[in-house]
Design a protein around this ligand. Sequence first.
Ligand code: IPM
Ligand code: MG
Length: 371
Amino acid sequence: MTTRKLLLLPGDGIGPEAMAEVEAIVAILNAETGAGFETERALVGGAAFDAHGAPISDADMALAMAADAVLFGAVGGPKWDTVPYEKRPEAGLLRLRKDMALFANLRPAICYPALAEASSLKRKLVDGLDILILRELTGGVYFGEPKEIVDLGNGQKRGVDTQVYETYEIERIARAAFEAARTRRGKVTSMEKRNVMKTGVLWNEVVTRVGREEYPDVTLEHMLADAGGMQLVRAPKQFDVIVTDNLFGDMLSDIAAMLTGSLGMLPSASLGAVDAATGRRKALYEPVHGSAPDIAGQGIANPIAMIASFAMMLRYSFAMQREADALEAAIASVLENGIRTGDIMAPGARQVGTREMGAAVAAAFRERLAA
Ligand code: IPM
Ligand code: MG
């Protein structure tokens, strides 16, 4: 029997509550299909800092490297606002991304028809929205050196971050974007700031060349990242795949997420390169929402983004398309039936907590698997 080793890193805030709902779904999959998922839990973020004095321990990092896939919750909260910068909860996530070489971050922004009213934009602008943001995840200003605050000795300090990209880093994220576009509507929009940044000039040049030489069948368009942000809220349906750097991708994906009605809805996948020998790739899946410390522990968080992240895992790490389709359809049907957590509540709908939402999706999923 196949075994699939899954590492669960629930983290802080609402991470553990949302993760518990995925564990229930994993149990259903194992029971109904013999999928053979073996799960192990480890600590990340503030929870890891409290236990080990580091935002992820070396032992847990080794588990992540060895797993077939990692499911990550969320990190951070006011409790850890004063821990040293190198040990802050977010550093655990950044180490996972860097050490696992997860350069391609896929952030779909899909507007479930049942939720179009929850968007801050008019229904006609977002109904049926389906965008995929490809964010470069292991380079740019997040990791560039020097990264420091220098005491200038005259009562002044200088803070420095370094935005740096090399050709191969842009090539591989560009290819990931073009490949994704081929399975969708065949259009890539590349966003940078070539009008003020050298990395933007190089980004534009490399993406253009990769498109021309390797993907002439895909339509490529370029936008300055600020104009891209504006277009995202003006007419989001013009986009299919957006490819952009680490920092712009962080911001633009939050904007895109909000278009869909709730940050609580969106999953993401962070993928490494395919290993030529094994055909496998390292991968980490996480909801786009954060740890939401203000509602943690109350049982009211929306677990859908976490469940949808698991659906992405089924698709990208295990090629379980049928099961992924069934899980995504289960989520949509629960929303169609007017079941809502507080963040996506609408007039006439029934408001439920985390457990009840998870159970509703799980029941709909089981039904679909059996069908
Ligand atoms: C994200 C988050 C992270 C990022 C934080 C938690 C470090 O905002 O995944 O978008 O900035 O990448
Ligand atoms: Mg972010």
